[in-house]
Design a protein around this ligand. Structure first.
Ligand code: FE2
Ligand code: FE2
Ligand code: FE2
Ligand code: FE2
Length: 407
């Protein structure tokens, strides 16, 4: 059942501050947690981080004291929410196990958004990066096996397959091939705007996580793999953020952030199986409704615009949902694994001229080998096999099937 957030008062912002014991939440149990509870926690942490950083940037670009104070207040609450959400992540889940969760988010969030995306241009952008994060899950899962003898399927619970996607080594592109055409803010479907904001925040959080955790490791292969995949996540942030219309004002973008937080907390609570965490999503939904009212009031007062002009009349009927997307991912993999970016287009690799900057960039970064290949070679050498979890049978792409010698 959907509703119009603009008609909901929510909790007034000045009643939203919480004490330390409320923020120091008890983590979930990593052995029994629903994998999609873990992915909801990862996603909503990334959404809060984006809101906080966006608000800091906005504050640096306005000289309106009352607006600065309102931003500071909403931002403080978002910063508290971030602690309450990220604190659910338990300390006995090491960063590599969390990383497997991050890539499960990337696969099942991106695929779900693509399946529900009304704009074909945005759907193509989602499909394109989907195959790359799908491959990251496979590379990190092999690292997990190598370092700890760990089986990533105990984290993913077979809800997401683990098998090669578009191989990470070929994902490295010249920066000029990462900048896309943006949607038009005057004509964009509100759902598209929210999809792009959501995936941009999620990819940015993944980029930040790998930037910070790449140096946690002693093993050179682990440090190298984090460095390599962190760079792809930077590409993904560039790719997705370029889809947003830069014509939107700071105020309109603030309203859109608060609205998207409303939509996502509402979405998360629809399928949450953990009652305690569901109550948290519900509390945060009511907080975001209060924050949205503040942002909307500033838009009315300072821009003389009605927020309803840019927002949908009601929340979308369908909540953003974490669920298996195995058939969809396989179909995209079979059809699009060979696509590469050429400026704002996507073309089969065979169509790129031999002197394309893609190949020059590839030669530069992959000279001396890529950690994403070395981790598989080392798994085969040490374990006599690589790690996969192909619940629906062998890869739809013959070239990506496991070599017989390693099986
Ligand atoms: Fe928030
Ligand atoms: Fe990724
Ligand atoms: Fe990514
Ligand atoms: Fe917020």
């Amino acid at each position: 059942m959907s509703f119009n957030p603009l008609e909901q008062a929510g909790i007034p912002v000045d009643e939203q501050f919480r004490n330390w014991s409320e923020l120091n939440v008890t983590p979930y149990d990593k052995a029994t947690v629903d994998p999609y509870t873990r992915t909801r926690v990862i996603l909503m942490n990334g959404i809060e981080v984006e809101s906080i950083i966006f608000s800091h940037q906005f504050a640096r670009h306005t000289d309106h004291p009352e607006l600065k104070r309102a931003l500071a207040t909403n931002r403080r609450v978002d910063a508290q929410q971030q602690k309450a959400v990220n604190g659910l992540d338990p300390g006995d889940q090491n960063p590599l196990e969390t990383t497997v969760g991050y890539e499960q988010v990337a696969v099942d969030l991106t695929a779900w958004l693509a399946r529900h995306e009304p704009d074909p241009m945005i759907k193509q952008a989602l499909d394109f990066a989907l195959l790359e994060d799908f491959d990251h899950l496979y590379r990190y899962s092999n690292l997990y096996d190598l370092l700890y003898g760990g089986h990533a399927d105990e984290i993913t619970q077979h809800l997401t397959e683990i098998t090669p996607g578009r191989p990470t080594i070929v994902e490295h592109r010249h920066p000029h091939d990462e900048v896309r055409t943006h949607f038009d803010t005057h004509t964009v479907d509100p759902l598209t705007r929210m999809h792009v904001m959501t995936i941009t925040a999620a990819e940015q959080q993944t980029m930040n996580f790998y930037m910070n955790h790449g140096s946690d490791w002693i093993e050179p292969i682990a440090r190298g793999l984090y460095a390599e995949i962190a760079l792809i996540e930077e590409q993904h942030v560039t790719h997705y953020e370029s889809l947003l219309d830069p014509l939107d004002s700071w105020l309109a973008t603030w309203v859109a952030h608060e609205y998207n937080e409303v939509y996502l907390y509402w979405s998360m609570l629809q399928h949450e199986s953990d009652r305690r965490i569901k109550a948290l999503w519900e509390l945060h939904l009511n907080m975001e409704l209060g924050q949205l009212q503040v942002a909307c009031d500033f838009m009315r007062r300072l821009e003389g615009r009605e927020p309803a002009e840019m927002l949908p009349g009601t929340l979308p009927d369908t909540p953003v949902t974490f669920e298996p997307n195995k058939d969809y991912v396989r179909r995209v993999l079979a059809e699009q694994v060979d696509l590469r970016a050429d400026g704002t287009d996507y073309v089969p690799v065979g169509d790129l001229p031999a002197d394309h900057r893609y190949f020059t960039y590839q030669d530069t970064v992959n000279e001396g080998g890529a950690p994403s290949e070395q981790v598989i070679d080392e798994a085969r050498a040490q374990k006599g096999r690589e790690y996969r979890d192909e619940t629906e049978g062998e890869s739809p792409v013959p070239d990506l099937r496991e070599p017989a010698a390693s099986r």
